[in-house]
Write a protein of this length. Structure first.
Length: 283
């Protein structure tokens, strides 16, 4: 279940919420333009163009698009396989749009799952993701270790009958920290990742290694610590045979002793959250 608690957004969080909403608006706009025959490369370019027209000049990573069985990372073995291909969208085919723009120095990283037409299996995966959003928030508030929470998410996926597809990401991460990024007129990319944002993540990794924490939320020993205060882009990713679905959004972790203020989703007005609410009303 999603949290019904409303949080007053502190001024320093408003910029992150603004860019996250911008990214999700881009995802919905591009998803609405997808047609049979559009390729992953074209869908990724549509995201870049839409965001650049609205002032985005830097990225944590450039937009991705995955179609069909690539939404479940079928056969992915090396990082280059994540980049968009000439795979064409077909009727009934699932897709995922993933983008991480930097806007006015604030970073977001979002994942949007959709389908071209009807696909009951994909609908079920999307519905079953809701339980993961609730589990993650609850256990972060309990200050379970990131590694333990990761394992509990994986156990829930298995109980639901799915495979954990975020295992296929580099280091198997389900989340990573995001921070402010110094604004530049032009910021180069390395293998699709913005150099300014990578510098920040590397700095966190170095400081975290010294102090016993990691900016990467993984199933490995370096994530065997309680949630670190800050902003985390969280992306549980379900897979069933050739179909995958995920959401990705920012989770705010604080050092508050109040459980409800110690962790909360930055924004509950997001496409997947609205979808779950609409489904409950329809039921």
């Amino acid at each position: 279940m999603t949290s019904a608690v409303k949080h007053e957004i502190a001024p320093e969080l408003r910029g992150f919420r603004e860019v996250q909403r911008l990214a999700y608006a881009c995802a919905e706009a591009v998803a609405g333009q997808l047609r049979s025959g559009v390729t992953e490369r074209e869908a990724a370019r549509m995201q870049r163009v839409w965001l650049r027209e609205r002032g985005v000049r830097d990225w944590f990573h450039l937009p991705f698009a995955w179609f069909g069985d690539r939404t479940a990372f079928a056969g992915f073995k090396v990082p280059l396989q994540f980049f968009p291909t000439d795979r064409k969208l077909e009727p009934g085919m699932p897709f995922i749009l993933d983008m991480a723009p930097v806007y006015k120095g604030f970073t977001a990283d979002v994942g949007y799952s959709g389908c071209l037409g009807l696909n009951p299996l994909h609908d079920k995966l999307l519905a079953d993701l809701e339980a993961h959003r609730g589990l993650i928030l609850r256990e972060v508030r309990e200050r379970r270790s990131l590694r333990e929470i990761y394992e509990d998410v994986e156990r829930l996926m298995t109980a639901q009958g799915y495979a954990n597809r975020h295992r296929a990401y580099p280091f198997g991460v389900i989340a990573h920290k995001v921070d402010r990024v110094a604004e530049r007129r032009w910021s180069p990319q390395v293998f699709g990742f913005g150099t300014q944002a990578l510098k920040g993540l590397l700095s966190d990794a170095l400081h975290g290694h010294r102090d016993g924490w990691s900016p990467l939320w993984s199933p490995y020993r370096f994530s065997d610590h309680p949630p670190r205060p800050g902003l985390w882009a969280v992306e549980p990713h379900l897979g069933f045979r050739g179909t995958g679905a995920k959401f990705e959004e920012i989770l705010v972790v604080t050092d508050s002793k109040d459980p409800e203020q110690s962790a909360f989703w930055l924004d509950d007005d997001l496409p997947h959250v609205r979808r779950w609410a609409e489904e409950k009303v329809a039921a």
